[in-house]
Design a protein around this ligand. Structure first.
Ligand code: BGC
Length: 716
């Protein structure tokens, strides 16, 4: 407890003062939910939480109170009202803001609610790349591009940890689908992994400095992630120099000796007596020499050093009141930054004059949808729509009580707004035919442990078709976890992707529709035209038994998302980076120069329309001579706010690593000397403007920390 000493020193003293039992205590996490079993080993857990780890009161070491945290302080199952918490927009929505400050503010709010709820270890941020648009957890993650996802999740982690608690980057690594998640064996070339999924983690870790990394359920090239020496010891700890601790995903630990020796530091989620790998099994393994005492101490040191370094020891968490009204505003502001206007033939923003509007479907009279599973947050007021979806975990569908219908009525007091639940398609279509505008809300619930078809469920396509057939003034508002197919796209006048918009999603959607907010969200993922356009025509492993290893080949390698479409000359339904505004922008005067080893890109953005707005500029790079696995990579981006008619000069710094490929023989990144095209664009399908820059050869160690990628662009 000597605060004048460094975390390293304090941790060393602490470890040397601990008995073996105390060491094992710090390394063993229990499942928090109040399981109704006689074997249950930790009844004093925080109610409906992910888990606790006992502390060592004798030495002043705090217990670890873990909570899931993808979009707020989560609860396992429906909580009592006292445990309802602010629901943030989903991770994919936050990534759609393309603004790290939005992610950081959200993380900081979340961390403050965690602290006030008595949690000091948060199980977020999730940074698995979207390889499968049907992955049921895409809503928790940061999209398909390593730079964007790593930057946004890194900022989220920074925000959480600003509350002197620990955040956990997960699920390390390549846990890109939920089907057969415990037995899927991802086969991927190492170089491809280094330029895709691992790069997303690397950037998130560099930028967020999380205290912990959670290893995933799946296998990678034949070895479980939590006992993968290459992944944990070699890449994460040795090459990247990660000083924190590796915790297992709940039940992802398999073998005491292999796990301990290959890099796992803390076992989590122990539910029943005997169902653990650590404790006496680890003590016995140390005794017989299968795990060295030094390694045991290293595991403990990593955990306690992290708790000290992040502030969890010196500033113990304790229950405190939460300002839910202020946090709802923050959640709303974040949603308003990330809702994406996908299509608009001029119908939006809705006219403020006397208009007749019919609102249809999606339970828009009561609330907005959220994603299911361990990240589930019950917003203040509880589930606004009961009895929908599976009635067992990861269900049910949970709606935050924030009605878009009510918000629209408040936003447009002069409009006549009628409501149809959409169950009767004919009635909805008839109403649409007699109204000036029809707004159809369509939902797709997604959740942990499941993957989903890309088609909207419950015949919502037929509902949209019927309404669009009756009215040319139909706008579809989607609340989805990831991309969906839109067979009706040509027949509707507008489409808004609201993702899962959080506690105050109703007003956020209403304000985008009314124009009170000028949409500035852009897609962090490509939307496919059909499942058949993707690297795999279906998600592997369906129906596989739990213990049966299923191989899935990631032959697309690092060509994930837009890189896949580019490489294969395929047109997505909506490209990565796409997003419309109620104003227009011009991006001009692109220049690139080499300064102190980094490429500085400068350009000017002008708001050429009539209302204030925010532009998102994407900077792609590619070797002029070709030779990468796909034509181009995102290397920078900038969101710029501009009044109508205003202009701003913007500078973005591109990290050398983003021009590099992986050299497997030397295990380092290599930037080949030559000419590189730097393209400034509005999306992955926008030709934009380009300049060419010559770069000298550079070699960058595997763990070359780079502060630059995605560091907020400077605008002057
Ligand atoms: C999930 C993790 C989560 C953990 C604890 C697991 O099933 O994969 O993301 O943090 O449970 O709830």
């Amino acid at each position: 407890m000597d605060r004048s000493a460094s975390p390293d020193e304090r941790a060393a003293r602490l470890v040397s003062a601990m008995t073996t039992d105390e060491k094992l205590t710090v390394l063993t996490g229990y499942f928090g939910t109040q399981a109704p079993t006689n074997d249950y080993v930790f009844p004093e857990a925080r109610l409906q939480s992910a888990g606790p780890v006992r502390g060592v009161p004798r030495l002043g070491l705090t217990p670890q109170w873990q909570s899931d945290a993808g979009s707020g302080v989560a609860t396992q199952g429906e909580p009592p009202a006292a445990l309802q918490r602010t629901l943030l927009p989903s991770g994919i929505l936050t990534a759609s803001s393309w603004d790290p400050a939005v992610a950081e503010r959200s993380g900081s709010m979340l961390g403050s609610e965690a602290r006030a709820s008595g949690f000091n270890v948060m199980l977020a941020g999730g940074v698995n790349l979207m390889r499968e648009p049907g992955n049921g957890r895409n809503f928790e993650y940061g999209g398909e591009d390593p730079l964007l996802a790593g930057t946004m999740v890194g900022a989220f982690v920074r925000g959480i940890q600003s509350n002197h608690i620990v955040a956990t980057v997960k699920h390390f690594a390549l846990n890109d689908q939920e089907t057969a998640r415990r037995s899927i064996n991802v086969l991927i070339d190492e170089g491809a992994a280094r330029l895709s999924d691992l790069l997303a983690f690397q950037i998130a870790i560099e930028q967020g400095d999380p205290g912990s990394v959670m290893c995933s359920y799946n296998l990678i090239n034949g070895v479980h992630a939590c006992q993968n020496d290459w992944l944990l010891n070699h890449v994460l700890k040795a090459q990247w120099g990660f000083p924190g601790y590796v915790m297992s995903d709940w039940g992802a630990q398999h073998d005491t000796v292999l796990d301990a020796n290959h890099g796992l530091d803390q076992e989590t989620g122990v539910l029943k007596r005997g169902e653990y790998q650590w404790l006496d099994k680890l003590a016995a393994a140390v005794k017989r020499g299968a795990v060295s005492p030094a390694r045991l101490d290293d595991m403990v040191r990593r955990v306690v050093r992290t708790l000290i370094a992040k502030g969890a020891v010196d500033e113990p968490v304790s229950p405190a009141p939460i300002d839910f009204a202020a946090h709802a505003k923050l959640s709303q502001a974040a949603a308003e930054e990330g809702i994406v206007l996908l299509k608009n033939n001029g119908i939006l923003p809705l006219p403020r004059a006397k208009t007749s509007i019919v609102v249809i479907g999606g339970h828009a009279d009561r609330g907005v949808l959220s994603g299911g599973g361990s990240a589930q947050v019950y917003a203040p007021g509880g589930n606004a729509v009961r009895g929908v979806g599976p009635q067992h975990w990861p269900g049910p569908e949970v709606y935050a009580p924030s009605s878009p219908l009510a918000a629209l009525r408040a936003e447009l007091p002069d409009a006549v707004i009628n409501w149809y639940d959409g169950a009767d398609r004919t009635a909805a279509a008839t109403a649409a035919a007699h109204a000036d505008v029809a707004l159809v809300f369509a939902t797709q619930w997604t959740a942990e442990s499941l993957d989903f078809p890309l088609t909207l469920p419950n015949e919502q396509d037929a509902l949209i078709d019927a309404v669009a057939h009756a009215s040319r003034h139909t706008v579809v508002i989607l609340e989805t976890g990831g991309p969906v197919l839109m067979p009706w796209l040509e027949r509707v006048a507008g489409v808004v992707e609201a993702w899962y918009p959080g506690s105050a999603g109703g007003p956020a959607i209403a304000r985008v529709l009314s124009g009170a907010v000028n949409p500035s969200g852009h897609l962090p993922v490509s939307f496919p035209r059909a499942q058949g356009e993707l690297p795999r025509s279906s998600i592997a492993g369906k129906g596989a038994a739990e213990d049966y290893v299923v191989d899935v080949r990631y032959d697309e390698g690092a060509a994930v998302g837009y890189r896949w479409y580019d490489k294969n000359h395929r047109e997505p339904l909506f490209p990565f980076g796409h997003g419309l505004s109620y104003t227009s922008f011009a991006r001009e005067a692109l220049a690139a120069r080499l300064e102190q080893g980094e490429v500085r890109v400068s350009f000017r953005v002008r708001n050429t329309g009539k209302v204030p707005g925010k532009d998102v500029a994407l900077v792609f790079v590619a070797p002029v001579a070709g030779g990468w696995e796909s034509p181009k990579h995102l290397a920078g981006f900038a969101k710029t706010e501009l009044l109508a008619g205003a202009r701003r000069d913007v500078t973005v710094t591109l990290a050398p690593r983003l021009f590099a490929t992986w050299d497997p023989s030397r295990e380092e990144f290599r930037l080949a000397a030559g000419q590189y095209r730097v393209t400034l664009a509005g999306s992955a399908r926008d030709a934009g403007s380009s300049v060419v820059i010559s770069l000298p050869e550079r070699r960058l160690p595997a763990g070359a920390g780079v502060a630059a990628p995605g560091a907020p662009a400077t605008a002057k």
